[in-house]
Design a binder for this molecule. Structure first.
Ligand SMILES: [Zn+2]
Length: 278
């Protein structure tokens, strides 16, 4: 499914690339039932966990933020669905060849895998791929399954000169800025969209669960550096707290659009409704 959020002169489409179901008790030892209150469940009481990615356009320029898991994944829990993004973009009536830029918030496979189809062909044929040099420095030198998978997606883009590395905060379009937010991975980025008096922050995996708004130091095994990830989360959430900034997160319950607000003295996530894009 796809949702649309107006961000000033930009439209942001939240695209669900996939999802799976999981027993919430196996997710984080300290999380209570209350912490799972925003999540849909199936008949077995498992929670639905999502893979989100984003298309933003002002009619003239079109950017993807992450690309989802894609169809070529080789493993995952039974019943996991992935690779819905390309059809979702097509259904928006947006020509995939018109996408100029794909920003990778980071190089976990559920954010980059979808940039190639199962035969290895780029999904966005004309796009330049933007990511932080520290992110590539890490994944290009690790010798793990995850690193090899990332290299398989990213290295051919480098070899084909389809990459723009950044080494600091970088404005991708006027008002759209990739911001260093390290910790989840060594070169993780969040994406700030400021337009016509609105501010939206696409969080990448700076946070994987809404309970981290209240408990930023509840790290998950997917955090590369749990301490740095917790510090960065706390800083990011504090910077947008009670500011009206819309926070968007691809692993939060879809559409994963909300605000960070103070409720009875506690910093919490407040989901917002969004309209379906179709
Ligand atoms: Zn992720």
């Amino acid at each position: 499914m796809t949702w649309k959020l107006d961000c000033g002169s930009f439209a942001l489409f939240v695209i669900e690339d996939g999802y799976y179901f999981r027993d919430p008790k196996t997710y984080h030892a300290e999380a209570s039932e209350h912490d799972w209150r925003f999540y849909p469940r199936n008949d077995q009481g498992q929670v639905r966990l999502n893979f989100g990615c984003y298309l933003i356009t002002n009619g003239e320029h079109t950017i993807m933020i992450d690309a989802g898991m894609g169809k070529a994944r080789t493993s995952g829990p039974p019943g996991m669905v992935t690779g819905l993004m390309p059809d979702a973009v097509d259904e928006l009536g947006i020509d995939r060849d018109s996408v100029e830029t794909v920003i990778y918030t980071h190089m976990h496979y559920d954010h980059i895998g979808g940039s190639r189809d199962p035969s290895g062909t780029p999904v966005f044929a004309n796009a330049r791929h933007v990511f932080h040099e520290k992110e590539w420095a890490f994944w290009s030198t690790e010798d793990t399954d995850s690193a090899r998978a990332a290299q398989g997606i990213v290295r051919p883009f480098i070899d084909a000169d389809r990459v723009d590395l950044i080494d600091s905060d970088a404005e991708i379009l006027p008002g759209v800025t990739a911001v260093e937010s390290f910790g989840h991975t060594p070169g993780h980025l969040t994406i700030s969209i400021i337009s016509d008096g609105t501010r939206t922050l696409v969080g990448g995996d700076v946070s994987n669960h809404p309970f981290q708004v209240e408990h930023p130091h509840w790290s998950l095994p997917v955090d590369n550096d749990p301490v740095a990830a917790g510090r960065t989360r706390d800083r990011v959430f504090e910077s947008i707290r009670d500011t009206g900034t819309v926070f968007v997160a691809g692993h939060y319950p879809m559409p994963g659009i909300g605000q960070v607000v103070t409720d009875d003295g506690v910093r919490v996530y407040r989901p917002m409704a969004a309209k379906s894009a179709r």
